[in-house]
Every structure is written in C-alpha cells, then in structure tokens.
Design a protein. Sequence first.
Length: 240
Amino acid sequence: MILTRWAVPIHGVEPAHVTLEQLHAVASSWVDDSHWSESKPWAIRPLRTADGLAVLEVSTLNDAAAQRLQDSASPGRPVRFGNQHGVIVSRPCPITGTTVEQIRAHAPTDAWCVRFSTPTTFGNRNRFSPWPDPSTIVRSLQRRWNAICDRPDYAIRLEAAQCRAIWVTDLDGRNAILTLSGLTVSGYLGRVRYSCDDKTVAPGFGALLQFAEFAGLGRYTVRGLGVIALEQTWHTSHHR
C-alpha cells in the first residue's frame, strides 16, 4: 500500500479567500467514495501559492484513492471555491510518498519532535480539546491505520496502559480557535517533543507519527486540520 502526497495546481483562485469547508467540498468530489466512512483514505492541506498558482495538496492513503484522484483531477477541469472559479492546470504531481512496509521497517527511536502546522484537535461530537496527549494520539491514529492498512501483520495495537510509557518532555505552542462547519473548534499549534522508555511501545508510536505526516492527526484532517511534520530531536538517553 502506497501513501502519497500530491500537488494539484489550480489557476484563477486566491487561496486567502478559500475556506476549509470549500477545500473539503472540492477534494471530496475528487477522491471520496464513501461519505459516511469514519476512516477516510485521504487528507488535505490548506491551499498554498506557488509560481502564481494556487496549489491544493492531497494525501492518498491507498492505491484506490490515488487512482480516483488521478482520474478526477484532470487538466482543464473547472474548480469552484465559493464564488471563485478556477481550472486545474495539470495532472496531480506526487511530492513525496512511502509504503506501510517502509513505515514499519523504519529504524526505531525513543524520542520525536512533532510540529503541528495547522490547528490539531481531538474529541468527539461537539467537544474539542487542543491537548495532544500521547494516549489520545495513539487511540486516534491506530484506529485509522488499522482500518486503512492492507497488511494485517502490520496492525498496531497499543493499549492504554502501554501509552503511559510515552510522555511530553517539551512544549512550545499555543491554543488556536477557529470556526468550522458552524462549530467553535479549539486546536493546538506549535511543537511538542515526546519520549518513550519502553522498547516494545516506541516502534508503534513512531510508525503512527510517520503515518500522520500523510494522514494528518486528530479530527477534520479532510478539511486541512491536523497537518504535522516530524523534526529532528535528541534521544532520551542523550543530553541537550
């Protein structure tokens, strides 16, 4: 199973005037084959500008979603974001990719620095929390990983008791409030460093974070929330 992040260039659209709801509507028309599915095999990032064009980045988490994107986001296809009308310039271009095998085979570590680039929120129904607690992260990501992964032998099952081996060592961020779909959403922006002192837990947590670089983290990842990136950090056993 291949995970890929694609860039779709669009002419005639100003990113600053595009809402997250409009982004979701466009991307879902390209790749969503099951509106009510809880584990979407895709995610998006907010529009950015490159060479005078708006660029929508879409992550596909399996081959079927990748094929739907390539079939739908064809050059010349009109795109509407609210009252803005644009057109797709060229076929989706892959930016980066990996496989579930590569993620699971990645060299183990005992510490991770995570940059939360867009507001990341957790919870259910109308309850939102910005706190990226390790156990919450594991619960959210492993449910999605196990639903999407096509290799049962690569399933990740970390119990709540095991998650106590993971803790926050450093924090540099803030709470971000936004309105989404008529709801007031509280999310986290900034950096968090996590450490783990259990060698049976660390590989699974690390794999889930690598997965989140494509899938996003927390709620509303198909609306541009939960965009994260792993950054270099020191090992738990090392001094700064």
